[in-house]
Ligand binder design. Sequence first.
Ligand SMILES: [Zn+2]
Length: 601
Amino acid sequence: MGEDRQDISDRNVRDLWTRGKFWEIFGFSSGDFTTLELAKQYSALTKAYQDDPEVRKIIDETFAVLNAPLTRQFYEGCRELMRRIRRESGGTISRDIEHGIWRSLWNWVSERWQEPPEELINSIKNRYLLPEGTDVIEIPQTWSDEGLKPADLDSILDSTRAAKAFAKETKCQSCGKFDHTLRIVTFPYVISIIIVAFKRFSEAGIFCYECRRAKSLKWGIISLLFGWWSIWGFFWNISALVDNYRGGKILSEYNDPFVAQLAWAHMILGKIAEAKACLAKPLKCEFSKEASQLKKELDTRYAQISPAKIGKFRLGYLTIVFAVLGAYTIGGMALFGWTPSPQIYTLTTNVIPSGAGWVSTSGGEYESGAQVVLIANAASGYIFDHWSGSASGTTSSILITMNLDRSVTANFKAIQTTLGVLFSDDFSDEAGVWDTYSDEYGSVFYEDGWLHLTNNNPAQFITGTWANQHFTDFTLELETKLVGGTDNNWHMVICRYQDSDNFYSFRTSGDGYYSMSKMVNGNWIALASVAYSSYINRGVEAVNLIHIECIDSNLSLSVNGHLLWEGVDATFADGDVVLATEALAGTFTEVAFDNIVVSEP
Ligand SMILES: [Zn+2]
């Protein structure tokens, strides 16, 4: 390199430009050069011609052409052809002819972005080199596409067009400039004074280095002045200042794909140093693979070009001074126990019905804005139904934001299962399975969803009704109440009924007594003597929940969840269920039964 380098002062830039000798403008007459040297020459030339704007413009345009990788590639191709033509013609071409050949070649290439085919080269050569009067092939106006690769051509033209359009459309939101320093950022700032503390972000947008420098300084100074003066503000402020110190908080999600495009556009436009600057840091986005490939390619092909510099931002010393000042203030406030804290809200959680499940947290105190995940867990036998109180919805996990005191209730419901239920009746169907009748001793009838039994106090005659349901081992639950008449009576559940002379009888009374007997061959035998229990609700309309178990020879009676009697008797192993009543005093009693459920034990 350099044996045929001319001094800058000897070069006629305008002349070289019109002759298409772009490399020569920069002092290279052979292809032996590097882009770094090109850049150095560019710098020397612009200095030399700084008072001649017209030449400056030529230098800039030539540099742009040569520094664009694609242009450069084709330009080098043309140079190679030119050298060949010169060699084949014996090296005796005049400057004018060489000028003409070059222009033809370069015009063709720059119009089509395609290396000229052999046919064209010969045509050009003949046109300029054969003696006058010789027939030559005309250079076609529109060249045959045969041998061309239209797809390549299109993609080259498309990407050039796209890069130019991108450069035109993309600009600093503040000053309108397009360059490699554009980034998508926002500027955080903090204002906190004793009890007021908030962190906010200024407008987000695309800003160039100069504008980012101005804006990060502005928002940084606001934070420096107003950000320190509470505990929370202090910590927020540190992160806000770090972001402004770096020229704004980079919104990576938007910024990284943008910067990948920025790098690509700069590369296509021949601005290698700028493209490299864009790719200096790895990008995390959908284009990250392409970006790192591009970086690798640029690093290999243009090893000597270092990335363009992006200047520093200006929050340096000020930050340190104010940070120390802020730290002192907070330290002082802490010493005097003056530690304001953000608004606290209380969360309480409840479960309905009690014991049906639990919520992942029983509640607590949270800072304003805290988000809490609540998960409802059902206990065995229940499923989650819905949230109520300060929350709603039917999904078992929800997210709530603590900007108020909140009380949240998880509502569960029992799993409705028929598994294990042998028989049930809520007595709503009046055409049901129970015998209904009315005679001189009493009656059985449905009313208001209950099964009513009356007994007119005849000696030794009880009123009963059958459902023809036969059970061996079971638990039986039902509700019973006194409807009217004497409370000196029996509400009877007869189990393992063989016939009217053989059965067990579980009994409670309207005035709070219970007993347990069996009838064997027509004779009453007490298994438990008559006793009073305060667990039995007394009086008209007082409902009692009866729970009876007959499992093998183990028998028991519970009322309202309290075991009143249990014992062992093996007389009857199975039989029907009969509901019955008996008035022991007065002239009449009326009782009713509801919601009988007989289940497998
Ligand atoms: Zn700007």
